[in-house]
Design a protein around this ligand. Sequence first.
Ligand code: FE2
Ligand code: FE2
Length: 188
Amino acid sequence: MNKYKKYYDMLEKQSIIYDKTQNCCIGQTWKHHLMPVINNAIFLAEKYGANKDIVELAAVFHDYANLIDYEDQDNHHIKGAELAKDILIGDGFDEAFVDKVCLCIKTHRASVVFNKFSIEQICVADADAKAHLDNVVELLLWRGYLKEDIQTANAFVKAKIQRSYAKMSENTKELVKSKYDAIMSILF
Ligand SMILES: [Fe+2]
Ligand SMILES: [Fe+2]
């Protein structure tokens, strides 16, 4: 059994509540964003030699605050780190370990550019970005569920994909370059 199942379950439950607020299909955010980010993060941690526990836990919690309070999404990287810290410290994790998890959560976003000094921070930010590219259909549908017209949805998704690609490390950019080019050739 996954040793972090408790947190996976917590996030899956919260993402179902979030899906209802976004008028999405129930389970969409878990299946097409959170799980892909977690799987990418573990894959990249193995590939780049990062600490898998730090990266996995940061990926699990990276959007937690956003799922709880979508209205305050501008601060979800900061609030998410605070929420994760309370939970993990409460569960007895070592404080220095938790600080490393929280740093990855704080620096995961593409719209707020941070210097990333650890390989774990790079893995989590790259995993989030790669998940956006891998799930571009979900992004477009989400905007449709929010009743955006085609021009607006296209512009939103295009900007998000461009930001996601821009924040990636050079190695991960190389990994996803053909997919990025394909997406850009379809969006207008
Ligand atoms: Fe996020
Ligand atoms: Fe995310």
